[in-house]
Design a protein around this ligand. Structure first.
Ligand code: ATP
Length: 323
C-alpha cells in the first residue's frame, strides 16, 4: 500500500519545477499520501536531506523560477556504493514512491533505485532543452524560448538601427529545440543547430544576399552545441573572409531563470498531478508527458531508446519566412 512518497528535482534547473513540486505536494493528500521533499536531488537523498511537504508548505511558489528543493548533479549516485546508500535512505525515510523531476539522467538514477528497492518511481520531464521523447514539451522549455525571444526582440532593435549582423547563442549542447523555436518566433534569418551540418561558406553567401536584397539587419541564432563551434568562433570564421561588421551575444543562464510562462505552469501542474496518480495506482518506471494535448505515460526505456526529432517543417518554414 502506497502511503508516503518523495519528490526531488535533479539535473539542470528549469522554470516550472516549482509548479510541479506544488502539484505533487497537493495531489498527494488527495490520494491519502504523505509527501516528502528531497533537497538537492540525489546529492540530498544520499545525505538524508528531507523536508515534509504539506499543502501549505508549497504556497506562493507556482510563479517562481528555479526549484525550492534545489538541484544537483551527483556523480556518487552513479556508483554501486552510492546507489546502495540512496536505496538505504529511501527505506529509512519509509518512502513507497518517488517522483523524480529532471532529464534522462535523473530517470536513469530513479530506475536504478527501483531495481534495488521496492520503491515505485515515476519521472516528470523538467529541463529547458526539450530533449526528451514521450512529451511534446518539457517543463521549462516554453519559458526558456520566451526569454530568448524577448532578448532577440531587443537585439533586433539595435541591429536594425546600425544595419548589423548579430549572432545570438542560445542553450542547446546536443539539441536545437530552443534555437529552432526561438528562431521562428523571433524572426531570425538563420538558425544553426547540432542536428544539421553547418556550411559556413553557404551561410556567409546567404547573409550577404539577404543584406544586398535590402534587409537592414540579420540575426543568426546559434545553438551552443553547433558542429561549427560556438557563436564567437562561427562569427569570426565567417565574417573575417567577408569583411562584415558583426556582434555576438551569448544569452547564457538568463534562459534558465525567471517566472515560468502560463504554458509551463499548466504543463507542470498536469504532469505533477499525474505522476502522483500513477504512483497511487501502482505504476512504476514511467515518465509522464503530454502528447498532442493528452497526458500520457511512457516507460523509461522508451524515453532512452527513442530520440525526439526536430520539427522538419518548422526548419523549412524558417527558411521560407527569412526571405
Ligand atoms: P538535464 O537534461 O538538465 O541535464 P539530467 O537529469 O539529464 O538533466 P544529468 O546530470 O544527466 O541531468 O543527471 C542528473 C543526475 O542523475 C546525475 O547527476 C546523477 O546523480 C543521476 N544519474 C544520471 N545517470 C545516472 C545513472 N546511470 N545511474 C544513477 N544515477 C544517475
Amino acid at each position: 500500500m502506497m502511503k508516503r512518497i518523495g519528490v526531488l528535482t535533479s539535473g539542470g534547473d528549469a522554470p516550472g519545477m516549482n509548479a510541479a513540486i506544488r502539484a505533487v505536494a497537493r495531489t498527494g493528500p488527495a490520494y491519502g499520501l504523505e509527501v516528502v521533499g528531497i533537497r538537492r536531488g540525489y546529492a540530498g537523498l544520499l545525505d538524508g536531506d528531507l523536508v515534509e511537504l504539506g499543502p501549505r508548505s508549497v504556497a506562493n511558489i507556482i510563479h517562481r523560477g528555479g526549484t525550492i528543493l534545489g538541484t544537483a548533479r551527483c556523480e556518487r549516485m552513479k556508483t554501486p556504493a552510492g546507489l546502495r546508500e540512496a536505496a538505504r535512505q529511501l527505506e529509512k525515510a519509509e518512502l513507497d514512491g518517488l517522483v523524480a523531476i529532471g532529464g534522462d539522467g535523473t530517470f536513469r538514477g530513479a530506475q536504478e533505485l527501483s531495481k534495488l528497492t521496492s520503491v515505485s518511481v515515476v519521472g516528470a520531464p523538467g529541463t529547458i532543452d526539450n530533449d526528451l521523447y514521450g512529451t511534446d514539451a518539457t517543463i521549462g522549455f516554453d519559458t526558456a524560448v520566451n526569454t530568448a525571444m524577448e532578448a532577440i526582440d531587443r537585439i533586433r532593435d539595435t541591429a536594425e538601427a546600425h544595419q548589423r549582423l548579430f549572432f545570438v547563442e542560445v542553450m542547446g549542447r546536443t539539441r536545437g529545440f530552443i534555437a529552432l523555436n526561438v528562431g521562428v518566433a523571433g524572426g531570425a534569418e538563420e538558425i544553426l543547430v547540432p542536428e544539421v551540418h553547418t556550411d559556413l561558406d553557404a551561410l556567409g553567401a546567404n547573409i550577404r544576399a539577404q543584406l544586398a536584397g535590402g534587409k537592414r539587419a540579420s540575426i543568426v541564432v546559434v545553438a551552443e552545441g553547433d558542429d561549427a563551434g560556438h557563436a564567437f568562433d562561427i562569427a569570426h570564421k565567417m565574417c573575417d573572409g567577408l569583411a562584415m561588421d558583426y556582434r555576438v551575444c551569448v544569452l547564457g543562464h538568463i534562459q534558465r531563470g525567471g517566472p515560468p510562462t502560463a504554458r509551463d505552469r499548466l504543463l507542470a501542474s498536469k504532469l505533477g498531478a499525474r505522476a502522483v496518480q500513477a504512483l497511487a495506482e501502482g505504476r512504476s518506471g514511467v515518465m509522464v508527458g503530454e502528447v498532442c494535448g493528452r497526458v500520457v505515460e511512457t516507460p523509461f526505456e522508451e524515453t532512452y531508446a527513442n530520440q525526439k526529432e526536430l520539427d522538419a517543417e518548422l526548419l523549412q518554414l524558417l527558411k521560407v519566412l527569412a526571405r
